[in-house]
Design a protein around this ligand. Structure first.
Ligand code: CTP
Ligand code: CA
Length: 228
């Protein structure tokens, strides 16, 4: 999106965006991770910057370059992502588009795990990662005015998204169907539904760049309404 100087709808606003996967080490050569290209989150960070916001993008490992005009913080684990998001507060808006690994191996071995003939595969014990969206959505002192989460689902889209909205203290959930047949995962298009406490808005299928521009426009409108 392009805005002329006077009309940049997010000037003076601070926005923090998470994007990409997190990766959780098992040993020095192996990790547990989610599938995420980072395309949608990076597009949102770029669109917010184009709209004049001061943007911090906290990203797990992706093959995309850092968006222009954005401060990008590179992290690997969910715990690092949470720390980087907290360090970016206070902010007016948080958009959590990252595919955070729900669990991490309970221990990271410093030596490479080896196959031991006759003893079979090792058991992997997992522990739950912190929920970044819920931590920010329920933050006691530094909660951004607008907290936006994502819900990528393969079934019961609205019920699952509404559950996440209330459980995590988010204002909006951007819900999308990521069933393999949709091609959303890794692809360039996205069909989203915006879930709020007062209802659901269906958006047409758009490029991830256009979803980002429309989301940023909706964010700017919500902030200016709240100010009025
Ligand atoms: N999220 C997060 N930190 C986590 C897990 C999720 O910030 N540890 C955020 C995601 O970035 C997204 C939203 O929460 O904005 C929903 O993520 P999702 O994985 O769909 O929700 P979960 O609560 O992990 O539920 P489940 O994976 O069981 O569907
Ligand atoms: Ca999850």
């Amino acid at each position: 999106a392009h805005f002329d100087g006077a009309a940049k709808p997010l000037s003076g606003r601070k926005v923090v965006v998470t994007s990409g996967p997190t990766v959780e080490p098992i040993d020095p050569v192996r990790f547990l991770a989610n599938r995420s290209s980072g395309k949608q989150g990076h597009a949102i960070a770029a669109a917010a910057a184009a709209a004049g916001a001061e943007v911090t993008l906290v990203s797990g490992p992706v093959s995309l370059g850092d968006p222009a005009g954005v401060r990008t913080v590179h992290v690997e684990t969910a715990r690092q992502m949470l720390a980087a998001v907290e360090a970016a507060l206070p902010a007016d808006v948080a958009v959590m588009a990252a595919a955070v690994a729900d669990w991490r191996p309970a221990t990271e071995t410093t030596a490479k795990m080896k196959k031991t003939p006759g003893s079979g595969p090792p058991a992997l014990t997992l522990v739950e990662n912190p929920d970044i969206l819920a931590t920010i959505g329920r933050h006691e002192t530094l909660r951004p005015r607008l907290v936006v989460g994502f819900a990528a689902e393969t079934n019961d889209l609205i019920a699952n998204a509404t559950g996440k909205l209330t459980r995590k203290g988010a204002d909006w959930i951007v819900a999308n169907d990521v069933s393999p047949a949709t091609g959303v995962m890794g692809g360039d298009a996205n069909t989203v539904r915006i879930v709020r406490a007062d209802g659901v808005e269906d958006w047409p299928t758009l490029s991830k760049g256009d979803v980002a521009a429309r989301l940023v426009a909706a964010i700017a409108e919500a902030l200016s309404k709240a100010d009025a």
